[in-house]
Design a protein. Sequence first.
Length: 114
Amino acid sequence: VQLQASGGGLVQAGGSLTLSCAASGSILSINAMGWYRQALGKQRELVATITRGGRTSYADSVKGRFTISRSNAKNTMYLQMNSLKPEDTAVYYCNADRIGLIDWGQGTQVTVFS
């Protein structure tokens, strides 16, 4: 599975951004997809996941502010990010879980300034 992330950018604190992750290849083998992020000097951390059935989960730090969704028709996953904070600044990565096989997309930079 090939993943293409996009939508990052520079935004003022309190603003919003929507990230997209377009999938191609063995789409039908994808069980779940997720967004991760890695801030400078820190480890990559889970942001949100969504299963094939649409069940979602979020890191505590983004609950109530971020929404993960997917369009099966467009083979695309989204991350709507509202009320952004400077601590949300990171490179955001999407991934696809094919029951033990994990594919990663390239990152997209999100920078939040106060």
